[in-house]
Design a protein around this ligand. Structure first.
Ligand code: CAA
Length: 384
């Protein structure tokens, strides 16, 4: 199916493109250097409706469809991948999980500050010893009257340091394996909750990634998300949507890298002519554009499937797998086409290359996506 966007989707894309290239792009290189969290820009994005895009209007969101959301996210990623990953986790994983599994009280309490970006959301599943295999997590949640007492450490939490709200998974019943994991909404001021080590990363440097520590952290029972034992399913469902978001980030960064390469090769002269005239380099550009377009179509078809209400797990993994591997090839080629200039910070392609590297890793490695896709094909697991 080739996508014909609706007028509304085209309008949203155009609006975000203009905002992104004017406002978000202005400080992206500087933030990469200083690691300054884009709190001011996120607030502006909240005002534009980009921080609660798929949250229904009755809760303060935009009620947009997933296609509009991925188009918007790609446009933000075009200018600043750090800002895009914050937007992605916040919208795809956090808001969607509360929308799907939250109580009315949770929705009316948390959506307002989330949609305005007065509160940024994070998602804490991974632990030092449990990355690709989150069922092996060790964080525990023990019921104590009207509270759960959480103990453990979460690792590699995107936005963990700057988030006002974190969805945390923890074991409520060790013996039940994945069915013994529950999810909790933990807010910043909760006693026993603290930010641990903050990672120093090769890319996405304006988005913090950190450890979160839970030391007898008391979470009210009313802040459990979903039923007891439903946490793993909540996390997997959230990641299905999140993975389309990683495809969108990949498409945005790849488009930026392609545009930079086209611009550079049209200006740079060697051997007496613009290097864009050399067939060898033109073919590289043609290949970059072709695989970018293939990734865009996969992203859109996974988003459309999600919007249709059908199961989209395998398509989300396919979009994530292909797009994240594509952007690593495309940014590497863009850098190569810049020659020595690609390797220095005067040009943005080295940042694109560094930022894209983690896309094949976070929200499930390429290897995990292949497992999910193969399970779906063979249907010897549950074939979501
Ligand atoms: N939707 C709903 N439920 C699902 C599901 C899905 N997509 N996938 C699995 N489940 C359910 C299954 O139905 C099953 O439940 P029941 O027994 O009740 O039916 C249960 O989950 C276990 O399923 P599996 O046996 O298939 O699970 P598994 O242990 O083999 O793991 C996996 C499957 C796909 C490998 C999964 O563990 C996985 O996705 N791993 C990667 C984790 C990941 O992406 N981590 C990134 C974290 S976030 C991050 O990077 C940073 C950040 O800040 C965002």
């Amino acid at each position: 199916m080739l996508f014909k966007l609706t007028d509304e989707q085209v309008m949203i894309q155009a609006m975000v493109r203009e905002f992104s290239r004017k406002v978000i792009a202005a400080t992206a290189a500087e933030r990469d250097r200083t690691k300054e969290f884009p709190a001011d820009n996120l607030k502006k994005m909240g005002e534009l409706g980009l921080m609660g895009m798929m949250v229904p209007a009755e809760y303060g969101g935009e009620g947009a469809d997933t296609i509009s959301y991925v188009l918007a996210l790609s446009e933000i990623a075009y200018s600043c991948a750090s800002t895009a990953v914050i937007m992605s986790v916040h919208n795809s994983i956090v808001c969607q999980s509360i929308l799907r599994y939250g109580t009315e009280k949770q929705k009316s309490k948390y959506f307002k500050p989330l949609c305005t970006a007065d509160m940024i959301g994070a998602f804490a599943l991974t632990e030092p010893q449990a990355g690709s295999d989150p069922v092996s997590q060790n964080t525990t949640a023990v019921r104590d009257g009207d509270y759960y007492i959480l103990n453990g450490t979460k690792r590699f939490t995107t936005t963990g340091q700057n988030a006002g709200l974190v969805i945390v998974t923890a074991k409520t019943d060790e013996s039940a394996r994945h069915r013994g994991i529950s999810a909790f909404i933990v807010t910043k001021k909760t006693s026993g909750f603290s930010v641990g080590r903050v990672e120093d990363k090769m890319g996405l440097r304006a988005s913090d990634t950190c450890d979160l520590n839970f030391d007898n952290c008391r979470v009210p029972v009313e802040d459990r998300l979903g039923k007891e034992g439903e946490g793993f399913k909540i996390a997997m469902t959230a990641l299905d949507g999140g993975r389309i978001g990683i495809a969108a980030q990949s498409v945005g960064v790849a488009q930026a890298a392609l545009d930079a390469a086209v611009q550079y090769t049209k200006k740079r002269e060697q051997f007496g002519q613009k290097i864009s005239k050399f067939q060898g380099l033109r073919w590289i550009i043609a290949d970059m554009a072709t695989e970018l377009e293939a990734a865009r179509q996969l992203m859109l078809s996974a988003a459309a499937l999600k919007d249709s209400g059908e199961k989209f797990t395998a398509q989300a993994s396919m979009a994530k797998l292909f797009a994240s591997e594509m952007v690593n090839r495309v940014t590497a080629k863009a850098l190569q086409l810049h020659g020595g200039y690609g390797y220095v910070t005067d040009y943005p392609v080295e940042r694109f290359y560094r930022d894209a590297r983690v896309f094949t890793i976070y929200e499930g490695t390429s290897e995990i996506q292949r497992m999910v896709i193969a399970n779906h094909i063979f249907k010897d697991k549950r074939g979501h």
